[in-house]
Design a protein around this ligand. Structure first.
Ligand code: AMP
Length: 232
């Protein structure tokens, strides 16, 4: 783990099932910075029954996107925490063009404005994977409720079926990983999140990574690309 340098903000884009969570964990380990998944933060709000959680619960169960305005305080609060000081990885945010604009403005004018770190726009990586491949990955996805490790029943199975290799917990299927909900999540991605990639592409800031490669090769490319760009 390299904790001597600052990476600044890193954004991972790509459809659900592209491997953002897996790659985010590897970047987090490499640089000692936190992975911030808005899906995980929202699931925690739902679990603990906060007012945000109550508003988001049914929307998430249908596979739709939570309205932009509900997310900004949650994200801003998390990014202001001390562990984000050298950098952080956003996984699952921004997911609409409006969120992308909000993030750029927030980073530029609020998070970094008065700090010695200076202006620091995110490094944005898009993990590209085709529709049928993500469908296969999502229907096989199993998660460890204890350590968060992600498996795939077909592609990356645990040593013992249904059991986490690391801590022996019983693996679970997320309730939005059912096929009808998956199709809705992919539709939301095509309609609302594609424009985010286009937003960063127009600004010449989008790095593409082929996410259909084996997971270790994807990591090699992701980490290699980051290494060339980590300048702060
Ligand atoms: P994920 O774990 O990233 O697949 O997110 C799970 C669900 O949380 C999504 O299907 C959305 O309902 C909601 N969600 C997560 N991040 C966002 C976001 N940036 N904007 C809107 N909804 C989100």
């Amino acid at each position: 783990m390299d904790t001597s340098r600052s990476t600044g903000p890193i954004v991972l884009l790509g459809p659900p099932g592209a491997g953002k969570g897996t790659q985010a964990k590897r970047i987090a380990e490499q640089y000692g910075i936190p992975q911030i998944s808005t899906g995980d933060l929202l699931r925690e709000h739902v679990r603990t029954g906060t007012s945000l959680g109550l508003q988001a619960k049914d929307i998430m169960a249908r596979g739709e996107l939570v309205p932009d305005g509900l997310l900004y305080d949650m994200v801003a609060g998390r990014l202001r925490e001390a562990d984000c000081g050298r950098g952080f990885i956003l996984d699952g945010f921004p997911r609409t063009a409006a969120q992308a604009g909000w993030l750029d403005a927030f980073l530029e004018h609020q998070l970094f404005d008065n700090s010695k770190r200076g202006k620091c726009l995110p490094i944005v990586m898009q993990i590209d994977v085709g529709y049928n491949e993500v469908l296969r990955r999502l229907t096989g996805r199993r998660t460890c409720p204890t350590c968060g490790r992600i498996y795939n029943a077909y592609l990356q199975p645990p040593r013992v079926e249904g059991v986490c290799d690391l801590d022996g917990s019983k693996l679970v299927i997320r309730n939005d990983d059912r096929e009808d909900v998956i199709r809705e999540r992919l539709r939301a991605y095509e309609e609302q999140t594609r424009p985010v990639a286009e937003y960063f592409e127009r600004k010449g800031r989008l790095i593409h990574v082929d996410g259909s490669l084996p997971v270790d090769q994807v990591s090699e490319r992701v980490l290699g690309d980051l290494e060339r760009r980590v300048i702060c």
